[in-house]
Design a protein around this ligand. Sequence first.
Ligand code: GLU
Length: 481
Amino acid sequence: MSVRTRIAPAPSGDLHVGNVRTALFSWAYARRHEGRFLLRIEDTDASRVSDEAVEATQEILRWVGLDWDEGPGIDGPYAPYRQSERRAIYEQALETLEARGHAYRCYCTAQELAERNAAARAAGRAPGYDGRCRHLGPDARRAFEAEGRSHVLRFPMPAGQTTWTDLVRGDITIAHDQIPDFALTRSDGGPLYVLAAAVDDVAMKLTHIVRGEDLVAATPRQMAIYAALDYPRESWPQFAHLPLLVGADHKPLSKRNGEVSLRHYRDAGFLPEAMLNYLALLGWSLAPDRELFTIAEMVQAFDLAKVSKNPARFDLKKLEAINGEKIRAMTEAELVVTLQPWMRGAGLSDDVGFLQAAVPLVQSRMVRLTEAPELLRFLLVAEEDFLVVDRELLGEAARPVLDAAIAALEPMPVWSAELAEAALRAALVEGLGLKPRNAFGPVRVAVTGRRISPPLFESLELLGRERSLRRLAQARADIDG
Ligand code: GLU
């Protein structure tokens, strides 16, 4: 039987990096086994899901490179892949469940449920549905209906326990007395996640459900639904629950302890391959001490059985380090093309000739693509707009340094990085007896405007004789006030 996996987001905003990690593992497993990867949109809660979010979810998955074989925009044998378009399928399942006594109408109001939960807590009992409507007779039902109450359908959890061999977590047993009768529908009759996903996972012939550990509790419920709907055992998927993602504070990763939207990372200058490489490390590793790999290498080696059970900590510094490595691993030509939109976005020229010359200066200095326009801006701004951002090194002490630098650079017959280096070393380090940092710091600030810049001598060469000398003279004049 060929592998079929899925990612099933309920898009209400930006896609969470946790969902993307899940999508990656699910996708990698399908790709490893030459199976199929599905995108299913879980949009049955119209109050939470918007079309824009559904569109944005697809766009960001495409950006990061997790392509799906069946799903919105592609369709496939089990279309439609948006749950909002599958209502009839759920209604049919609900009718079957009710007809067979596997669903009952519950008329309890939200307020009644809250009161009884509070009372249970006060009495030291676990909260959760107490089964009040499980055995309502027809008269009681009619009375509630006459009152105008709406109902939900609830699943009467049978006695017993559910055991499965989780592909990540091993054998798991959950006793059903831990599981109160749960709702299958909203009060408007629409299906809830637990029912819709159970029906679809089997209908779409999924073989492996890869999802977060927070959904372990859904599994015995969904298996009970499979059984109640008489789905043959062979059609039940296997389950793999991935470890929790936590922030630096060891609490579940959320907006409170970090940036969680994948779009944020895209917009902050991270490469898709860096995101995937990093997310892969959150629960899996290619080999001990091997943190950098391509996605093709990941796919080749990926195995759900090798996924860790321990919570995985999201570490921005490590993500940045990996992004820096991926930037360094690009060819210059690739980096030129990658940087063009970032240059345009910063209002700077994206000229290929310029970038070809400039890329070698910045390639090893960036951990985010957003740094490129900042590092290169000084080369592109018009002289009248050039601004010395970091003035700290341009005090009295810089006066003789800049004088000597100008005197050394002015007579150079050819304007090159090599000659500039030789001239400045001779004049400032040997001539004035300065440490390189004190010698070159003021020159750097004068010509680039910043204390952190691409390498100084190459910068001088790219900036050219006239502009370099003009900036040095300007800085010198500024000191005199
Ligand atoms: N829509 C659910 C979620 O985003 C899917 C859970 C599952 O994978 O079963 O959490």
